[in-house]
Design a protein around this ligand. Sequence first.
Ligand SMILES: Cc1cc2nc3c(=O)[nH]c(=O)nc-3n(C[C@H](O)[C@H](O)[C@H](O)COP(=O)(O)OP(=O)(O)OC[C@H]3O[C@@H](n4cnc5c(N)ncnc54)[C@H](O)[C@@H]3O)c2cc1C
Length: 385
Amino acid sequence: MSDVILVGGGVMGAATACFLARDHGATVTVVERDPSYAQASSSLSLSSIRQQFSQPVNMALSRWSVEFLRRAADELATTDDRPALGLVEPGYLYLATAAGAPLLRELHGVQRAEGVDVALLTPAELSARFPWLATGDLALGSLGLSGEGWFDGPALHRAFRRKAQACGVRFVSGEAVGFDVAADRVTAVRCADGRVIGGDAFAITAGAWSAPLGDALGFTLPVTARKRDVFVLETPAALPGCPLVIDPSGFWFRTEGALILAGGPPRGEDACDAPLHDIDHGLFEDLLWPTLAARVPALEALRVRSAWAGYYEMNDFDHNGLAGALPGYANAYTACGFSGHGMQQSPAVGWSLARLIAGQDAPLIEALAPQRLLDGRRLVEANVI
Ligand SMILES: Cc1cc2nc3c(=O)[nH]c(=O)nc-3n(C[C@H](O)[C@H](O)[C@H](O)COP(=O)(O)OP(=O)(O)OC[C@H]3O[C@@H](n4cnc5c(N)ncnc54)[C@H](O)[C@@H]3O)c2cc1C
């Protein structure tokens, strides 16, 4: 099979490269400008996985992916490594006041119809199951009973890279700045240092930085970098069975060993490209901590141990991934714009995009085809965290 060039070696590029080489025998080169991946979303992710979406395509991708994660040690084994991804499945718990309960019920109907293992809980049932949770203002909760939780995302990214390399994929250091094109075919990627890397098929897998590469091919990818802060908290409180809790305010928290991770939507304008070192500590002091302490009174006693930020690769068109062929080209593809749910979907998307590039069908990602941008067909995801 042909030479495939992927631009961007985060989890999307690494997964696609891995499946192309492992399953289709492709010769693959990944062009990555920062082999340390220091600012890649894949290094800064919360790495949680859920089935509770509003769009069936997202439920299907996350279902496929959680099944893959459960057997990843076999799927991604190399001669000297069986990757341990630390997958746990305590569920996601969406909480609603009376105002939010109708939407929760509606989404529950859609999710059950798609076979998602999810249950609606009354406040009394919530209290019985999670005695540490304040439920006085709540009308309903939606708890994932299986297939939801979290894992070690950077370990998944590493495992895809290692497996890819074991299958012959080349990761080269370089910044792609443009492409050579002949009629409807891309023939080469051009790097900032003057190198020109030719191939038979090309994919943009550059996360939050995919838009300039789309521009270089004359195709607008409406993907922008949106900073999200994550706070790492220490507390003497124990929260047995704690799922990833989504408060009605939009704030979320989950455990990570003995620690708690928490965050939420940014304050003020959701600025593009805000610097990653610019953590909004006021967000925690003024809003997040009071909300957490009201929801879990035991969290009145806590200390911020550290904080980090990363970029969501936000698809401003409809907050869903763009995966598939780039319209106008016979041999150009992308997987970008996953808007905060790309880590968990990378196994299914990488597997599907590899099939598509190899000339096979890829029904799992059909709904995510970039063609919908041209058709004005929005696939709006209501559950974006
Ligand atoms: C704080 C935070 C929490 C998150 N939580 C979750 C979660 O709980 N669950 C979930 O599923 N997802 C989550 N995400 C989203 C998830 O991490 C991303 O969707 C996923 O990592 C995107 O992977 P990617 O490979 O597309 O992008 P990236 O990991 O950003 O990789 C893109 C790569 O492309 C390279 N690149 C860019 N431009 C060029 C160029 N011109 N030439 C060469 N290389 C280039 C970059 O250096 C980078 O390494 C979270 C993200 C953040 C920031």
